[in-house]
Design a binder for this molecule. Structure first.
Ligand code: GAL
Length: 713
């Protein structure tokens, strides 16, 4: 008998040493959204830093939803300053998200540590927006609202006590042996005493994403000029250089809505003075006025680290970190005194004289440039927390300054995080792989952020054109010539094709603006991964695991992850081409799809092989897709412009499209100052398709011309 006591004691001790898991208790917080507070969550978190206000009305409109059954049995443990989270995962589930990844769209089976950083060429969690939010195709999404470096096991771990243990296989003899046996959970480690977690329901991945975006305030609605073309000047450009550049755009017939001033507009940069260099810009007020009169807006580059030469240096100094960045003070933006000093100065010296936006640089990484994690800030936040929220805070503050003036802005930022949907900023970086840039575009749709695959330089005209084509189908059509001084027409051999795609972007502005309105009002991102398209998802889910690239293409698609094509809005499928590529595959969702340029049938729920030639980016429209367009112009429409509208109809189906419009500049839309114009194409008595729309007196469009791209051919 005595012999038994020792093993029993050992067993008991080991059981005690492994902390008990507790069940996560979900509480409803909005329609289709639940939260759980685990332990004692920290004062600072991502959603607080981003400052979005849930759009409860819009969430309500999505309809009621049940607590996703799959996540009822989620658990946590708190252990020595760490929270462990476990969310169940079933065998067939696909996972998307976990921030702005550049190489993988499907995240199941990956591990990462989410850490705001400059992207370093690997999807390891270090990125410009390491958003701790993931979407499952089983109809839910999970957000871990912590400003900590969260380690994620996205379906890699397998519990000893799993209720669904995979079959054990013998590698010696079984060819179906897998290196990664099917995991039964997503697990995360949050280095904090507590954390708040959110759960979003959805009948489809799109609905999950909609709820996430709406919970964060709905997507941003940029000013119309923000969706035109933008060009960034070489860093030491003067006011006269910019005048010449603006004139050159006009001479070459290239559109231009806003121009970016890089570090040299300031007296000092790295660290920054935030003050105009009077040598290069003798009269900033007059210059800004002159540009506005020409219809060209100004965007100012900055990083937030203050030079001793800055007029606000002394005011901010008491409220800065223990460590400097590039010899500049690092302000604690959670503090009122810092916010006030920046606001007063920026309003009087920039925004007040006509500057329309900012490019907020260097708020992401690298570790060797930014403050270390051991840094401390006067508010009590530590270096790690600050790293996770710094970009968010600057986006929110600057956005508020513009909002208080009832003026929309649209700018650039290099560091962001969860909760950013409503913030008027687009992420960019210095990395320059064109394919990875498109993958980031696809992934941005799961993360509530916007991304631009900016164009800077190219080795050939072909590469130049391919990059220009894809940037024109992104949230910001931008040439960033800060170091190379390139122009859209630099490669003469493709100048006319570049002009054509720039002008096509301008023609498509009513459609693009409406896709952003959907982002704002319904939470649907403007650029969408194929996995967010309902018909496509169904087809992908119906696939068996047997891979066959001709008979069962969706299985192949689902396996590899579709990362080189995406939807822009409801109707347009974009399939970018890359330098050196002459043909490619395009995965068409269910139903008929038509070539945008010719209206010809391209395929139906299948994979097509295309050899499109260099001149144009492949674009497809779904059956019944309506694309509203305006005449190509050098600037985006102003609120007083009344324009003729061409509505293109593709395919043979009756259909409708709600065209959004407002003044394009102010926040009056928040008080109901907007219109949704119902465009309809119906069959008449003899079966011919006919367009109709009742134009209200107040409409900014007149003379609708209906073009039946397929039926009229
Ligand atoms: C980089 C930024 C570039 C450019 C440059 C100017 O950090 O990513 O786009 O602005 O700074 O110094």
């Amino acid at each position: 008998m005595k012999l038994l006591v020792l093993p029993v004691l050992i067993l008991l001790l080991t059981t005690v040493a492994v902390a008990q898991e507790s069940r996560i208790v979900w509480q409803p917080v909005a329609s289709g959204v639940w939260s759980a507070k685990i332990g004692t969550p920290e004062q600072m978190d991502l959603l607080k830093a981003a400052g979005g206000k849930p759009r409860l009305d819009a969430l309500e409109k999505l309809g009621a939803a049940e607590l996703p059954a799959a996540l009822k049995d989620s658990g946590f443990q708190i252990n020595r300053g760490q929270v462990f989270l476990r969310f169940p995962l079933r065998e067939q589930e696909e996972l998307f998200g976990f921030g702005l990844n550049f190489q993988n769209v499907r995240q199941r089976g990956r591990t990462m540590t989410l850490h705001v950083d400059h992207y370093g060429g690997k999807d390891n969690g270090r990125t410009h927006a390491p958003v701790p939010f993931y979407v499952s195709n089983a109809g839910y999404g999970v957000l871990v609202n912590s400003a900590r470096y969260i380690t994620v096991y996205a379906g890699t771990g397998l519990r000893r006590d799993s209720a669904t243990p995979p079959k054990i296989k013998d590698r010696n003899t079984d060819r179906t042996w897998e290196a990664q046996p099917v995991s039964d959970s997503v697990e995360m480690l949050v280095p904090a005493d507590g954390v708040e977690v959110f759960l979003f329901a959805g009948r489809s991945p799109m609905e999950v994403v909609q709820r996430y975006n709406l919970f964060n305030g709905g997507g941003v609605l940029p000013p119309k000029w923000g969706l035109g073309f933008t060009h960034r000047m070489p860093t030491l450009s003067t006011a006269d250089d910019i005048r010449r550049e603006v004139a050159a755009f006009a001479e070459h017939g290239f559109p231009l809505d806003f121009i970016g001033l890089e570090p040299g507009w300031q007296t000092k940069s790295y660290p920054c003075s935030f003050d105009w260099d009077k040598g290069r810009f003798p009269d900033p007020e007059a210059f800004a006025r002159e540009m506005l009169q020409k219809g060209v807006r100004l965007n100012l580059w900055l990083n937030p680290y203050i030079s001793p030469d800055s007029p606000i240096y002394n005011a901010v100094k008491p409220y800065t970190a223990t460590h400097n960045v590039w010899n500049g003070l690092v302000p604690d933006f959670t503090l009122d005194s810092v916010q006030r000093a920046y606001k007063d100065f920026f309003l009087s010296r920039h925004i007040g004289i006509g500057v329309s936006g900012y490019k907020i640089d260097e708020v992401d990484g690298y570790d060797q440039w930014l403050w270390p994690d051991v840094a401390r800030f006067p508010s009590g936040l530590d270096g790690e927390q600050m790293r996770q929220v710094y970009g968010l805070m600057l986006q929110r503050l600057t956005a508020e300054w513009f909002h208080q003036r009832n003026q929309r802005t649209y700018g650039l930022v290099r560091g962001s995080n969860a909760g950013a949907s409503a913030l008027p900023y687009v992420i960019y970086n210095d990395y320059y792989d064109h394919r990875d840039f498109i993958t980031a575009l696809v992934n941005s749709s799961f993360a509530g952020v916007l991304w631009t695959p900016e164009v800077r330089a190219s080795k050939s005209g072909e590469e130049w054109l391919r990059r220009m084509q894809s940037v024109c189908f992104s949230p910001m059509a931008m040439l960033n010539a800060w170091s190379d001084g390139t122009k859209p027409w630099t490669f003469k051999e493709v100048e006319s094709q570049v002009r054509e795609v720039d002008l096509l972007r301008m023609q498509l502005l009513p459609y693009i603006y409406t896709t952003f309105a959907q982002y704002h009002f319904e939470g649907k991102p403007p650029v969408r991964a194929m996995y967010l398209v309902d018909d496509f998802v169904q087809a992908a889910q119906a696939a068996t695991s047997k891979l066959d690239s001709t008979a069962n293409p969706y299985a192949v698609a689902a396996k590899q992850g579709i990362k080189d094509q995406f939807m822009l809005g409801d109707n347009l499928l974009v399939a970018p081409m890359f330098a050196g590529q002459t043909s490619r595959k395009v995965y068409l969702p269910a139903g008929n799809w038509y070539d945008f340029y010719s209206g010809k049938l391209a395929g139906s729920g299948q994979v097509i092989d295309i050899t499109p030639g260099l001149d144009r980016i492949p674009l497809y429209v779904k059956d019944g897709g309506l694309i509203p367009m305006i005449p190509a112009a050098m600037r985006a429409p102003r609120s007083e412009d009344i324009l003729p509208l061409e509505v293109r109809h593709y395919g043979m189906k009756e259909s409708s499209f709600n065209l959004y419009d407002d003044d394009g500049e102010t926040f009056d839309y928040e008080n109901g100052e907007f219109t949704w114009l119902a465009l309809q194409v119906k069959k008449d008595a003899s079966g011919n398709l006919k367009g109709e729309a009742a134009l209200p007196k107040s409409a900014r469009y007149r003379d609708i011309k209906w073009t039946l791209m397929t039926a009229g051919r």
